[in-house]
Write a protein that binds this ligand. Structure first.
Ligand code: PLP
Length: 449
């Protein structure tokens, strides 16, 4: 890289670069913090300041930064075969090997992988795939996909339509047709005083109501993240997923689980589906699949859909130039090997996950904290204006953003989703780093006015 001062980099950034999900005026006023290197769970900015990454990038750098094994895997593959496509009856060894490794790892029955480059593309793929499936099965009228409010499935127009982020729906003129959203199972927001299990049944019942209102014969699938991440770290109440599963089976509706965040150890099992005992027909994977070192995503489907696509389908008219990119596949394969070798899933389940929740538990006494929730190594600390009156902040999000900014100025990255502080560090985080992260969050809460 050219040798420039931090101010010169900031100037170029402001002059030429449109960042994703960013308020451009606010960024122009403050300027970016330029991140120049990383190792383990730490980042360094261009001024040489170390920052603890409590978000694993964007919930993705599960094995941590600075992994030479991944660099070597990419270099080996790039010198042997940097790229080839899978379109015209060709395949590459890394793509085949990764598909078969994922089939072994995934919950039983999910034995075919379709590769994409991002979670958004993977979710776009399933929209086409489930509608194609129903058309091939003689039910082209089954087109509606039901998701949840504040569910996040990506940023393409179709994936954002399937997701339930109202701000995204408003920008660009609304959603595509044939998507519907039910309320999310947010116990603290909707039903703090209700028994969680009863609330879980009630929240799953919103799916049944939606199916009846739309007409079961028009519904193709239900989609959900095991734990809603970008929607505010919403851990489903007990019994919720079992009831969702029952309702989908009753109406013969496909169950799609978006494991883009929850997959690869985040919840203390390989997949969130295992943590919550879900048996999906389709699963989307991304982020932790390559630990964010290269873009790659996958759609996993089971026999039911796989057989129909293969036996009745003709050409599946869908794909990406970089589907199953051999270098990304090689890096993903090495990522899985690291996870297995270092027993990172067990580490989250038995060690650092419980420790994070234990440390965060003390924050319940803080005057700003309404609820602490989480599973595995993902946690949310929801801030509230008045605990006794159960009164949330209005407008939503300002206090969370201020707390996030204090964390950042204190050199720890913790995200704010509305007024919920979200933590999702690399799976290799140490107890001492968890202490530092939680102590900094506590100090930042104290600074939050
Ligand atoms: N699905 C979930 C659950 C996500 O959290 C995200 C991104 O945060 C996506 C899909 C979209 O993935 P990508 O940003 O790789 O397109």
């Amino acid at each position: 890289m050219p040798d420039r001062t931090t101010d010169a980099w900031r100037h170029l950034d402001a002059a030429h670069h449109l960042h994703p999900f960013t308020d451009y005026k606010a960024l122009a006023a403050e300027g970016s913090r330029i991140i120049v290197r990383a190792d383990g769970c730490s980042l360094w900015d261009s001024e040489g300041t170390e920052i603890l990454d409590g978000m694993a990038g964007l919930w993705c750098v599960n094995v941590g930064y600075g992994r030479d094994e991944l660099v070597q895997a990419a270099a080996r593959q790039m010198s042997e075969l940097p790229y080839y496509n899978l379109f015209f009856k060709t395949a590459t060894r890394p793509a085949i090997e990764l598909a078969s490794r994922l089939a072994d790892l995934a919950p039983p029955g999910l034995d075919h992988a379709f590769f994409a480059n991002s979670g958004s593309e993977a979710n776009d793929t399933i929209i086409r795939m489930v509608r194609q499936y129903w058309a091939l099965e003689g039910h082209p009228e089954r087109r509606v996909i039901i998701g949840r409010q504040n569910g996040y499935h990506g940023s393409t127009v179709a994936a954002a339509s399937m997701g339930g982020m109202s701000a995204m729906h408003k920008q660009g003129g609304g959603t595509l047709p044939d998507f519907h959203h039910i309320r999310e199972p947010h116990h603290f927001k909707y039903a703090q005083d209700q028994d969680p299990e009863a609330f879980g049944r009630e929240a799953a019942g919103w799916l049944e109501e939606a199916i009846q209102a739309i007409g079961p014969e028009r519904v193709a699938a239900f989609v959900g993240e095991p734990v809603q991440g970008a929607g505010g770290l919403i851990v489903p109440p007990p019994g919720y997923w079992a009831e969702i599963q029952r309702i989908c089976s009753k109406h013969d509706i496909l169950l799609i689980v978006d494991e883009v965040i929850c997959g690869f150890g985040r919840t203390g099992q390989w997949f969130g589906s295992q943590t919550f005992d879900i048996r999906p027909d389709i699963m989307t994977l991304a982020k932790g699949l390559s630990s964010g070192y290269l873009p790659i995503a996958a759609v996993m489907v089971g026999q039911r859909i796989g057989r129909t696509l293969v036996e009745k389908g003709g050409e599946f008219v869908h794909g990406f130039t970089y589907s199953g990119h051999p270098t990304a596949c090689a890096v993903a394969l090495e990522t899985l090997s690291i996870m297995e070798r270092e027993r990172l899933v067990e580490r989250v389940r038995d060690d650092v996950g419980p420790y994070l929740m234990e440390r965060l538990g003390a924050l319940r006494e803080h005057p700003l904290v309404g609820e602490v929730r989480g599973v595995g190594l993902m946690a949310g600390v929801e801030l509230i204006r008045d605990k006794t009156a159960h009164a949330f902040f209005s407008p939503v999000g300002k206090v969370g953003t201020r707390c996030r900014d204090h964390c950042f100025n204190n050199n720890v990255i913790i995200r704010a989703v509305a007024d919920t502080m979200v933590l999702s560090p690399p799976l290799v985080i140490t107890p001492a780093q968890i202490d530092h992260m939680v102590d900094t969050l506590t100090r930042s809460l104290d600074q939050t006015e």
